[in-house]
Every structure is written in C-alpha cells, then in structure tokens.
Ligand binder design. Structure first.
Ligand SMILES: *Cc1c(COP(=O)(O)O)cnc(C)c1O
Length: 393
C-alpha cells in the first residue's frame, strides 16, 4: 500500500496484501510456533538470512508483519517492531540503548511505569538518570554529560500533557550524537511525525487508540534503517513475542482510527471547554484547547488532537473528589485510555515528580464516542453533588 495515499485511504487498504491473495477482506490469523520447510537448503537459506522468512514463531507472524509494516509507513519510519504491551516496547528499547555506566536524560512527565522500570534497572546496571523539566527546550544542553547515552521524551507527557519542544531537543541531541527516543502514544501514529521532527525511535502503546476497544494490549517501536539492527537484536534476545490475534485486532483498529479520533477529539474539546468554565477547575491541561499551556507548540508540531486531557482541581480531599467522580454515570473510573468509552482517573503526582508542586488532585479525562452533551450533563450532575457535599461539610 502506497504510503503517499491520503490517510483515510491508507488506513482502509494497508496490510491487506496477504488477504487479497486468499480472496478475503481481512488477513487471516496465522498461529504458529513451528514453521515447516520443504527442504534442508531452504531451511538454511532462511536461517542464514539469504532469503526472507522466519524459522520459528517467536520471530513474528504474517499478522505482526502486516501490522508493523502499516504502522511504520504511518509514522514515516522504515521499520516497526511489535511488543506485547506498550511498556514492553519501552523497556525493550531502553534495554537496547542503555549500558552500565551510562547517564540518561528522561522527561519528568514520563509514563509512570517507565519511571518505575528505570528505578529498578538503574540500580542493577549502575545507570544514572536525570529527570528534566518538560518545558525545557534547547536548555537541555546544560544537562548533557560525556557519558549521556540517550534522551527520552514523551510529548504531550503523561497526566499533565506538557508539550515538549522536540525539534529543539533533537537539534541539541544531534550535535552531541545522542539518540532521541520518544513515547509518541498521545499522537496515536497519526498526529505527530516523529522522524521529521528529529526523533530517532518512536514508541506507541497501541493499547490506546489503535486497538481502541479496551480489550487488548500491544506496543510498537518504530525506527529508520540506522537503528534497525539494535532494536531487532534486543527484541530477539529478550524473546519479545506478540500474539497474532492481537496484531490482527490492531490492524482492524487502524481501519477506523482516523474517524474515531476526529469524533473523539471534537467531543473532548467540548467537554474540556465546559470543564474549564467551572470555578473549581484551576487549570486545563489539554494542548489542543486554546486556554491550555502548550497550545502554540501543539499547533506548530501536531496535525490534530486525541481525546485525553487533565484538569487541576482545587485543593480537596479524597472523599470530596469521590463525590464528583463516583457519581458519574458515563465516565468509568479506570486506567488507560483510547477506547470507545469515556474514563476518568484521579491522580496525585507530587510524591514522585520533580517538576510538579501542585497539591490539588489532577483528574484525567478520556472522552469516548458517547454524545458530548450527555457527557457534559453527566459532569454537571457530578459537580452538583460535589458542591452539595462541600456545603454540608
Ligand atoms: C499506556 C501507556 C503506555 C504503556 O502501554 P501499555 O500498552 O499499557 O503497556 C506507555 N506510554 C504511555 C504514554 C501510555 O499512556
């Protein structure tokens, strides 16, 4: 499938070559551990890399190949590798790049479990981590040391959605020969072109909008030719394997990704707008909204919005926040985002973030495919109960 086609055309046709050959619309699921070969000569040819193919199921399936080819083209990379979760895509990439004695720079609003992994691994490997301010652009140069081996970014970052100046950071990194890794999950593969902005490795949790139905997990690592071997080696030596069923579903998710995103982003802006008007909301953290920090950078670098964002609520206790959240009918209280259904999640960030000093609850919203007017009505009755509770306290 020609990646030059418009995005909706691409999404409808990518990854279907193998299906067409068999006269069906969707590529069938190929489940295999053992692969059989017609003869000894062919077996050794594939094993020695003289002709393409896999010799064992762990090396991937027709389905993982089709999905990864599609996502590589979408992001503008040359290669993509699938992993069973977004987090395993992250840890595999870090494993590929980090060695004992290194110093690495990690953005402070990084996905929580990336930080958790680094807390463990750095002790084992004697690696030093510096968390940097997400609002830092080219000033990051001052943090670079002779043994700095990578810069790890995420933009907009987790929970508070600060937009990073990726081109400025990448420019500094290039001048020091340091690779830039980006957790590009927010952009879903569609909204930000990592490689044209100077990123070397892009990672997307396909669990979110790509799979899109809150029923499976998957991660993807995308790169250009220059880092293919490094990542391939890590994937293979760690035994990272992803089920063909999950890859099938991820490819199916791509078909409707653009239309879901468009609708969900439109609804999210309406809901965010309503929330920003409530007197208890101190700050809106949704760079696609003009009232939010990061809007200008987002406009400069991104092609659109998804539907996850946060608010900073006035100072409150857990019971009071519960009055607001527990009474919502359409917003489920749960982790993750990117599905068809709306979610809400209260968070306390001050205990582990270095560049976050607010003590109020950060509340993350994910807006699904429901009618935004129903969602706003729902929030309105939630806020009523919240206010009633405060007035009677
Ligand atoms: C959810 C998420 C991940 C992890 O993805 P899983 O598939 O849940 O392991 C990584 N990065 C970001 C930004 C995420 O939101």
């Amino acid at each position: 499938m020609n990646k030059k086609a418009n995005v909706n055309t691409f999404l409808a046709h990518c990854g279907r070559k193998n299906a067409k050959e068999q006269g069906v619309v969707n590529p069938p699921i190929h489940r295999a551990s053992t692969i059989l070969f017609p003869c000894v000569k062919d077996f050794f040819k594939i094993q020695n890399g003289q002709c393409p193919g896999v010799i064992y199921g762990r090396q991937g399936s027709m389905n993982s190949h089709e999905f990864s080819t599609a996502i590589a083209a979408l992001e503008g990379g040359d290669h993509a590798f699938v992993a069973p979760t977004g987090l395993s895509a992250i840890t595999t990439t870090l494993f590929a790049f980090v060695k004992a004695g290194d110093h690495i720079l990690i953005v402070d609003n990084v996905y929580y479990y990336t930080r958790d992994f680094l807390n463990h691994i750095t002790k084992h490997l004697n690696v030093e981590v510096t968390y940097y301010d997400p609002l830092m652009g080219s000033d990051i140069e001052a943090l670079i040391r002779p043994n700095t081996s990578l810069i790890y970014t995420e933009s907009p970052g987790s929970a508070t959605f600060e937009v990073q100046d990726i081109p400025a950071i990448s420019k500094v990194a290039k001048s020091h020969n340091i690779p830039v890794i980006m957790d590009n999950t927010w952009s879903t593969g569609l909204l930000f072109e990592p490689f044209t902005h100077g990123v070397d490795i892009s990672i997307v949790s396909a669990t979110k909008y790509i799979l899109g139905h809150s029923d499976a997990l998957l991660g993807v690592i995308i790169c250009k030719d220059n880092y293919k071997e490094k990542i391939e080696t890590a994937i293979s030596s760690l035994g990272v394997y992803t089920s063909p069923d999950d890859c099938y579903n991820a490819l199916r998710g791509l078909r409707t990704l653009a239309v879901r995103l468009e609708r969900q982003a439109e609804s999210a802006l309406k809901v965010a707008d309503w929330l920003s008007e409530q007197k208890e909301v101190k700050r809106l953290m949704f760079p696609a909204h003009p009232k939010s920090q990061g809007h200008d950078l987002w406009k400069r670098d991104f092609k659109g919005a998804c539907s996850v964002f946060s608010i900073l609520l006035e100072e409150s206790d857990d019971d009071t926040v519960g009055e607001l959240i527990d009474n919502l009918q359409y917003f489920g209280l749960g982790l993750s985002w990117g599905g068809y259904e709306s979610l809400v999640l209260p968070m306390k960030l001050k205990s582990y973030r270095q560049f976050w000093s607010e003590t109020g609850h950060v509340i993350r919203f994910h807006v699904g495919l429901e009618d935004p007017n129903d969602l706003i009505d729902d929030l309105e009755q939630g806020f009523k109960k919240y206010r009633l509770y405060i007035n009677h306290k």
